[in-house]
Design a protein around this ligand. Structure first.
Ligand code: NAD
Length: 249
């Protein structure tokens, strides 16, 4: 059987993060070439090297338009086309709303919504030109269940969810699909450390998940890979939770 993403080129942002790495590895396993980006240069370079010689990367702040444009240019120059964009850059500044400062609010929005907006804007012209594209963003199930201390983060990730439906409608005619994967708590090293330290917030986060555990990074990656595939041609404008049941329907 041929690889589901054979011959395709995918940009993965936030590729130095645990979920980003799992997604990039899964796309490579499915046959795609990947182009990686993150603001954390050292971690990104180390991860790219672990994938071999053929994973170009760009370190920079994707909340700034020129970085997003340079990233898509890199994909086009290196491989000639861009089929898949995974907007995974993000990350929470998880605080009670009134404990936020202007700086943490801005950082939350920069990381989660501006990265996604600029990358979509830079990638779409290439996808329109080739009449094909798959955009998958990583949102958050906390937008749907109003998880404790997530208001500002949810404002940013809610923007990602909202962008999904609008772009899906606008670009459906070019065989471009736009979807979001919304995880609940995911078992990253940071979550594992908080569980180990018995951080009381963890119990609150787990209490809303009927399956009683965080998602594995690979469980987020497998949904992302499906939405990035040709098989998902008729799935667009969806926010699909990977959440152990923390919200239903
Ligand atoms: N871990 C969870 O429980 C969880 C739950 C729901 C959603 N998410 C989302 O999943 C994604 C991956 O999260 P994670 O937990 O693996 O690690 P993370 O939150 O550390 O990942 C974010 C990555 O994005 C990069 N990044 C942030 N701002 C950037 C910018 N301006 N330009 C370029 N890169 C930037 C960071 O350096 C980091 O590598 C994030 O979007 C996060 O919000 C995570």
């Amino acid at each position: 059987m041929s690889a589901p993403l054979g011959g395709q080129v995918a940009v993965v942002t936030g590729a130095a993060s645990p979920i980003g790495k799992a997604i990039a590895r899964r796309l490579v396993d499915d046959g795609a070439k990947v182009v990686l980006a993150d603001v954390d240069e050292a971690a990104l370079a180390a991860f790219a090297a672990s994938l071999g010689d053929d994973a170009p990367w760009l370190a920079g702040d994707l909340s700034l338009e020129p970085t997003a444009v340079a990233l898509m240019d890199l994909a086009k120059r290196r491989f000639g086309h861009l089929d898949i964009l995974v907007n995974n850059a993000g990350g929470g500044v998880i605080l009670p709303f009134l404990k936020h400062t202007p700086e943490t609010l801005r950082r939350t929005l920069d990381r989660n919504i501006w990265t996604c907006l600029w990358c979509c804007r830079a990638a779409l012209p290439l996808m329109i030109e080739q009449n094909y594209g798959r955009i998958v963003s990583i949102g958050a199930d906390s937008v749907r269940n109003g998880l404790a201390d997530h208001a500002a983060y949810n404002a940013a990730k809610g923007g990602v969810h909202g962008l999904t439906t609008g772009l899906a409608r606008e670009f459906a005619g070019y065989d471009i699909t736009v979807n979001t994967v919304a995880p609940c708590m995911v078992m990253t090293p940071m979550v594992a450390a908080a569980m180990e330290a018995r951080n009381p917030l963890i119990d609150k986060f787990l209490a809303v998940i009927p399956k009683g555990r965080p998602a594995a990074c690979d469980e987020v990656a497998s949904m992302t890979a499906y939405l990035a595939s040709r098989d998902a041609a008729f799935v667009t404008g969806q926010v699909i939770s990977v959440n152990g049941g923390s919200t239903m329907l």
